[in-house]
Design a protein around this ligand. Structure first.
Ligand SMILES: O=C(O)CCC(=O)C(=O)O
Length: 210
């Protein structure tokens, strides 16, 4: 049965899909934005050279390590704060800068920062959340590029948590997913843990800090 929150769904001849949502959000799904020839070397360089950190976040007043490593890069001064942690923007590395240019060009957007996430194995994960911090402004566009081991990515409306309303993407190596319009207002997303063998994965979520 079609998800009642989806109002239109179109796939072009390159396999790029646009999904329009009932409440003013939309998604652009590009399953093969980068080829395996591109992601292999990029993955190895990013894995070896980014300043991966184990961040601690505060949830209901308790401090805990988040189950993945991350690193924040961006234009000077584009710092980011979430769940009580402040990330200072590190200067773009040549690889991140080049990926940013390709993503900006492909989506006709002007991202100025990126949160890099490293999921070391299937026990690293991301809980349900929206990317709705004030520095992202209203209706932020977020572009999520995945490299390495594929993982499930779930989206569900804030007000409806039944399976019928959930959307799922398999974020495989080289895929790019844009969430835009009101997606961050009305939807949450997550990358659940898995017990299946999961190779390390790097995810880059490009953002515009205003
Ligand atoms: O790893 C992913 O695909 C999602 C990352 C994410 O949700 C985030 O960084 O806010």
């Amino acid at each position: 049965m079609q998800n009642p929150f989806i109002v239109a769904r179109q796939t072009d001849s390159d396999g790029v899909e646009r999904i329009d949502l009932r409440d003013g959000g939309y998604l652009i799904w590009i399953p093969r934005f980068l080829s395996v020839d591109e992601t292999g070397p990029l993955f190895r360089t990013l894995h070896a050279t980014l300043s991966w950190e184990q961040s601690i976040i505060k949830i209901y007043g308790r401090e805990m390590p988040i189950p993945r490593l991350n690193a924040w890069y961006g234009d000077a001064g584009r710092d980011y704060r979430y769940s009580g942690t402040r990330f200072r923007a590190l200067p773009w590395t040549p690889e991140l800068q080049s990926i940013r240019e390709s993503v900006n060009q492909r989506l006709s957007l002007s991202f100025n920062s990126v949160l890099a996430n490293l999921y070391r194995d299937g026990s690293d994960a991301m809980g349900w959340h929206s990317d709705n911090e004030p520095e992202l402004g209203e209706m932020p566009a977020i572009a999520s590029l995945s490299m390495g081991g594929g993982r499930r990515f779930l989206l569900r409306p804030r007000k409806e948590s039944s399976a019928e309303h959930q959307m799922e993407f398999q974020l495989d190596d080289g895929s790019l997913l844009l969430m835009a319009g009101t997606v961050q207002t009305h939807w949450r997303h997550s990358v659940p843990r898995t017990r299946k063998p999961a190779a390390a994965r790097i995810n880059l979520t490009f953002r515009l800090i205003i």
